[in-house]
Write a protein that binds this ligand. Sequence first.
Ligand code: NDP
Length: 301
Amino acid sequence: MSADPIHTLADLDTWSFAGTALAVLGHPIKHSVSPPMHNAALAEMAKRDARFASWKYFRFDIAPDDLPVALEKLHARNFHGINLTVPHKIIAFDRVAVVDPAARPIGAVNTLRRTPAGWHGYNTDGYGLATAIHETLDRQLTGAHILLLGAGGAARGAAVECLQRGCASLTIVNRTQANLDALLAQLAPLAGASLITGTTFAPNPPAGALIINATSAGLKPTDPLPVDLAALQRPAAVFDMIYNPPETPLLAQARSLGIPSANGLGMLVHQGARALEIWSDAAVPVDAMRTAVHSAMKAHA
Ligand code: NDP
């Protein structure tokens, strides 16, 4: 049996793990590197604090229709923490007992912590994004002119984070007008001092902008560029949320133009580290998580 078997809803009826259980729920879940990432962190944490020796992170393939019953069963089985990935982040938002105030404008949760009364929902994706951009590109969202590509779930979280951190301006470009309009309407109350604009055409952000790709264009080698960097005034840096493949066509173009760039691996690691902090109330070994992700991705390649 694999070290990280894929569990199903039915397994919860006979669940017998005696330690502190954590889990990621997704559909599909086969490619998630969260179990090795979190279990590596827990092994490291157990060296300093024996209570973590009995913690374990599992993965479950749960169809969207089954999510409400899965959350009930996981609560009844005393699971301590849950991560949610595609397509569950938005569905779960209305299914938790309490939503962290910072997650409310996003309308999606990716981290749940058990309370006796039900699940407390958080969203750690924005923290992961901001921390990774600072770590890999030495850039802050605060005060930045940002060109955000995409208007899906990841873009919504990124946009809220940019606005909450006080970006100077936010330009959103998206292929489908209706999805762009819906996102702009949701963001309007949060704009504060930041200027928000949206377009489905070639964007024109100021020179020195930070570009964030939150589209799925780049997952396949044949995907079109989500924006042509050569047609823009020179950006300061490009962050692509995609981490597999490690270099998308957008990142390859940034490299060929000499523009600093980074993929989404740091975001994955830091959103996970923040989730583990929420569950454990302890310091989390980020380097062990990063090393585990690199190994897991090599094994998947
Ligand atoms: P959604 O399906 O919600 O949104 C997809 C977005 O991509 C939409 O804006 C869509 O535009 C756009 N898009 C899709 N294909 C193309 C294309 N060929 N050309 C231009 N635009 C396109 O996905 P998510 O928001 O959940 O995820 C987006 C990306 O972010 C994924 O690649 C995901 O892996 C990554 N991600 C990474 C994370 C990390 O930790 N590093 C965390 C979360 C997400 P339209 O509205 O026109 O359909």
